[in-house]
Write a protein that binds this ligand. Sequence first.
Ligand code: B1M
Length: 232
Amino acid sequence: MADDEIILEDLSDDELVQQMHDDLYDGLKEEIEDATNILLKRGWVPYDILTQALVEGMRIVGVDFRDGILFVPEVLLSANAMKAGMFILRPLLAATGAPKQGKMVIGTVKGDIHDIGKNLVGMMMEGAGFDVIDLGINNPVENYLEAIEREQPDILGMSALLTTTMPYMKVVIDTMKEKGMRDDYVVLVGGAPLNEEFGKAVGADAYCRDAAVAVETAKEFMKRKHNQMSGA
Ligand code: B1M
């Protein structure tokens, strides 16, 4: 073993989280898996590992990607490392025993292959008691329509990370309107380049800044739906 090799177990919590940011930056999948397991063993709740270690680490990657310091192949490694950490946390987030809330179909729009944020939203929704049907990435309008007709969800969620792909959300919502089915579903949209105004402009019910907001917003709409059904 080299003298300068870092023993993850020997690090304090703060040092370990810092190390995870570095390892995510360097795309070190196994180290991220090990560190995630160590934090779990130390009693960290999955949500804190997700937000403080993984999402924050990815934010740092995003800054250097934007500034031309990191490039696609490196960011892909970071994304894979992040997904490995998320894979460990997913069953733990889903196993909260939350009462059933409803069903959501979610997918990233056509032309867009970013899926980390969408996956995170899916995981958090499952943890909050929603059944989640994940359509994956690069979804044309037909995929959304087929899925909502087949699954009859309460909520349709769309994700976009590119300014060039986010207008496609309007194509999906407009097609739903043309088919007279728009008002049968709650449509929630999210992704880094979106904002509240954009959500309104494309005709979504709400824009969700992050996964936690998506869960709260979805629950709120389910509450309203139940109140309407019970005539309250
Ligand atoms: Co891309 N990429 N990327 N990328 N990438 C961005 C988005 C970019 C902002 C980077 C930058 O320049 N700063 C930039 C977009 C610029 C723009 O549009 N203005 C960009 C670019 C340009 C590109 C390419 C074009 C690069 C190229 O090829 N030259 C290319 C496009 C490919 C394509 O899609 N056609 C590309 C490719 C890639 C990788 C494949 C390398 C990889 C994706 C891997 C993967 O997802 N499997 C990648 C990554 C990782 C990023 C950054 C660095 C990180 C995205 C991420 O995972 N964030 C990103 C930089 C950034 O966003 N600042 C960037 C972590 C995640 C937890 O956050 O996805 O925002 P986020 O999700 C949040 C919220 O937004 C919200 O909740 C989530 C959790 O809190 N949310 C929702 C998201 N979806 C939601 C849906 C909902 C609700 C909430 O529904 C209800």
